[in-house]
Design a protein around this ligand. Structure first.
Ligand code: OAD
Length: 386
């Protein structure tokens, strides 16, 4: 079974989609010399003859998008060619809610964990390290506890895609549950890296609820099992653990049907999630909305007509589009172009107002209880000090 294996290459700046060093990728120019291309063409023809595993030449490939730009994607949707849209999301869709991503230089979580004295940043999400020292994870969990944040424009855009009848499924690597908070139905979501909703004892597998876990996280204690005293861990997927079985069963059903893939806010650095982009059929357009390009196929592989990953820049590309910028801006722009712009703005405004109101009501309900408790607590303190 595949697992959320740690991308060791990544520390060397390697591109997970290709397994090829990004240093090499950035050093190789987009347009090689004609000598290079001649040699590569020869290799390609040789492989084609001997092994027959290269893709058909561009002239023979069907054109998928009229235009590999946002407008090409909009036209594709407006022509009614998209009925099984899949969205794939990463931490970049939640940064505007105040939750840091992992790998952005400076602000990413992995660049800000010095205080935890970890052997290396990703150790905080490694099951082996967690078994030895769970404290750093729970300290961080308190800081990033789901429930304290509001969904972003991007989350509500995904909800609109569903309400418009376009969305087959939303695959997320995030554990912040903001898709659920935004009102996307549970059956439409695949939480590939698990969820905080439930927790299990690492030893006897006893299940615990969210409220049980929350109480302990906020009390700054490492949660231990009431039965066997083993450490209890939220059901989020750590490096070295299997992904939920729902991930694999949904991938099998969804991806062969996918007719538009939108990847939002992910570096596509962690497997097996990153390789989902290659599970979409060859005629399925793929749109990346992200601050930087991600999941790209290596240039040599493109020339050889082999390999996996996206191909934004070659002449042969008729399916992959990269829109670089903030997810919220990209999603609002897409909604505007689809004629849903005002609907999205209204939805965000109303939902945020509702969440704010609920939080206020919750806080005011707590206050009288707390003030009732005060004299008792004061008495206790007094009696201790006597
Ligand atoms: P990363 O931090 O690796 O990537 C986030 C991507 O989003 C980067 O390419 C950013 O440039 C981009 N980004 C950040 N804010 C953005 C914004 N507002 N708009 C557009 N783009 C933005 O996060 P993930 O790809 O989600 O796994 O990381 C994948 C997995 O790595 C996580 O699920 C987690 C982590 O280790 C586990 O812990 C198992």
């Amino acid at each position: 079974m595949a697992s959320a294996e740690r991308e060791d290459n990544e520390t060397r700046g390697e591109d997970s989609a290709t397994g090829v060093s990004s240093e090499t990728t950035s050093r190789s120019s987009r347009h090689g010399t004609s000598e290079d291309e001649g040699a590569i063409d020869m290799i390609r023809r040789y492989l084609a003859e001997k092994l027959g595993f290269y893709e058909a030449d561009s002239e023979r490939k069907p054109k998928i998008l009229d235009d590999t730009s946002i407008d090409g994607i909009i036209k594709y949707i407006e022509e009614g060619r998209c009925k099984n849209l899949i969205t794939m999301a990463g931490a970049g869709i939640s940064t505007s809610a105040g939750i840091p991503d992992f790998r952005s230089p400076g602000s990413g979580l992995y660049h800000n964990l010095e205080k935890y004295n970890l052997p290396d940043p990703q150790a905080i999400f490694e099951i082996g390290f967690f078994r030895l020292n769970p404290k750093p994870f729970f300290t961080l969990a308190k800081e990033l506890y789901p429930g304290s944040f509001k969904p972003t424009v991007c989350h509500y855009f995904i909800r609109l895609l569903n309400e418009k009848g376009l969305l087959r499924r939303h695959y997320t690597q995030n554990i912040d549950t903001l898709e659920r908070v935004a009102g996307l139905p549970g059956e439409k979501i695949v939480e590939a890296h698990g969820t905080f909703h439930t927790s299990h004892c690492l030893e006897c597998k006893q299940e615990y609820s969210l409220s049980w876990m929350k109480e302990r996280i906020f009390a700054d204690v490492v949660p231990t099992c009431d039965d066997c005293n083993g450490v209890v861990k939220p059901d989020i997927v750590f490096f070295g653990e299997n992904l939920p079985s729902r991930f694999f069963s949904c991938v099998e059903k969804d991806f062969p049907k996918c007719d538009l893939l939108i990847i939002l806010g992910s570096s596509l650095a962690v497997q097996p999630f990153a390789s989902l982009i290659d599970r979409a059929p060859k005629e399925c357009p793929r749109l990346l909305v992200n601050r930087e390009k991600a999941g790209q196929r290596d240039r040599l592989m493109i020339l050889l007509g082999m390999g996996s990953g996206m191909d934004f820049d070659s002449e042969n590309n008729t399916r992959d589009v990269a829109w670089l910028g903030d997810c919220d801006d990209g999603c609002q722009m897409l909604a505007d172009k689809l004629g849903w712009g005002d609907e999205l703005r209204k939805l965000v405004k109303e939902e945020h107002a509702r969440i704010d109101k609920e939080k206020k009501e919750e806080a005011s309900k707590k206050k009288p209880e707390e003030s009732k408790k005060e004299p008792e607590e004061k008495k206790k303190t007094d009696s201790i000090s006597q």
